[in-house]
Design a protein around this ligand. Structure first.
Ligand SMILES: NC(=O)C1=CN([C@@H]2O[C@H](COP(=O)(O)OP(=O)(O)OC[C@H]3O[C@@H](n4cnc5c(N)ncnc54)[C@H](OP(=O)(O)O)[C@@H]3O)[C@@H](O)[C@H]2O)C=CC1
Ligand SMILES: CC(=O)N[C@@H](CCC(=O)OP(=O)(O)O)C(=O)O
Length: 345
């Protein structure tokens, strides 16, 4: 299979290249750049050098859609909405890692991303690529909207409880924390080393663009779902997301009963691991992997549930989930080419 990566010089693109360069079903990787076409990728990133070298190519959708079997878009928001329409109608399937194709309502995208949305027909065609919950649709898709990093951790942590209609949906609070690589390779005042190191900061309070994405999926599971409280924090580490989720139950249940529900649901899904009672995951448990690890407990005094869900933002939150989706699209082993063990410590 021939794969193309647009945005290959960015953090998500580099991870895609790293995973795909050892993937057993990939024969050729084409790398595209909007700013450095003609330059040698391995000269820019010598640490990624292998036997084969890659010249960065100009982004030409008419050629890409015939040459590639699949094109990954690891580009800033506002790019895929314009590029994906031109990539349709050829051989290539499209997997968009950005937020451009996730929100079904164009006005939601305009409100939360403050940009022009993709054409309606593209939004209608795009399938939300959360493989643990949407596998059958993913297998038939031509365009995948890869989920956001915070939504991946949050939705995997909420799915069994919400789809099982166990949670009071007006009680959900998400307290999420991310490493700095979540913001991409270009530093800004929030992510600049001197500001971020030895610091801990809440940001985009009640304004984060992932709020409508999470709420959209919650309504798929339970149409009576209410708006959620969703707070995001920057942690002075390179990778990792921890989403700590709180909600009240409609009817009383104990920790073991709830854990069993989660275990039963995820037993067929190799990338979600549910901890034993009393155990909670940390971000290094999933470092450099496609896993989402989940722990939970029911507080016997308040009757509230605490769910802890961790991922690597660049992997399950972006690149490796995109490859998991590619595997499903092309009827490969779901786990093909994806790392089995975390890097630790
Ligand atoms: N970082 C993360 O953890 C996650 C990121 N995402 C999303 O994935 C996307 C990529 O993120 P990330 O890799 O971190 O971002 P980066 O900023 O690190 O990289 C983005 C890349 O996009 C390319 N690019 C910029 N403008 C254009 C353009 N007009 N046309 C084509 N390519 C362009 C640039 O490469 P060049 O100049 O060579 O073209 C750049 O290297 C973003 O939408 C992000 O929000 C989603 C989940 C997690
Ligand atoms: C730490 C950090 O800044 N993270 C980014 C994640 C951005 C992202 O992944 O955006 P889309 O999914 O919408 O493309 C943020 O919170 O905006």
């Amino acid at each position: 299979m021939i794969v193309g990566i647009v945005g290959a010089t960015g953090y998500g693109g580099i991870e895609l290249f790293r995973i795909l360069s050892t993937h057993p079903n990939i024969t050729k990787i084409q790398l595209y750049s909007s700013s450095q076409a003609g330059e040698d990728f391995e000269t820019i990133y010598p640490q990624l050098e292998t036997n084969e070298r890659h010249t960065l190519l100009a982004v030409k959708p008419e050629e890409m859609k015939e040459e590639c079997d699949v094109v990954f878009l690891a580009t800033p928001s506002g790019v895929s909405s314009k590029l994906t329409p031109d990539l349709r109608g050829g051989k290539a399937k499209v997997i968009d890692v950005s937020g451009d194709l996730r929100l079904k309502q164009p006005e939601d995208y305009r409100e939360w991303y403050k940009k022009d949305p993709a054409p309606t027909e593209v939004l209608d065609e795009a399938v939300y690529g959360l493989p643990e919950w949407n596998q059958e649709a993913i297998k038939k898709a031509d365009i995948i909207a890869n989920p956001g990093c915070y939504p991946t951790a949050t939705l995997l942590g909420l799915g069994p409880a919400i789809s099982g209609k166990l949670a009071k949906t007006d009680s959900i609070i998400v307290d999420a924390k991310s490493g700095v690589s979540g913001a991409g390779k270009n530093p800004n005042p929030l992510t600049h080393f001197a500001h971020a190191q030895e610091n801990f900061q809440i940001y985009k309070v009640n304004q984060h663009q992932h709020i409508p994405e999470v709420e959209q999926q919650l309504r798929v599971w339970d149409e009576s779902s209410e708006p959620i409280t969703f707070s995001t924090h920057l942690v002075p580490m390179t990778r990792g997301i921890m989403s700590t989720i709180y909600f009240s139950l409609k009817e009383e249940a104990n920790t073991e009963e709830l854990l069993q529900l989660y275990r039963d649901y995820y037993s067929d899904h190799p990338f979600v691991r549910v901890r034993e009672e009393g155990q909670f995951p940390c971000t290094k448990d999933v470092y450099h992997t496609n896993y989402c690890d989940i722990g939970l407990t029911v507080d016997r005094r308040t009757k509230r549930v605490t769910v802890v869900s961790v991922i690597d933002n660049l992997m399950k939150g972006a690149a490796s989930q995109a490859v998991q989706n590619m595997n499903l699209l092309f009827e490969l082993e779901e786990t093909a080419g994806l790392p089995e063990k975390p890097v630790y410590p």
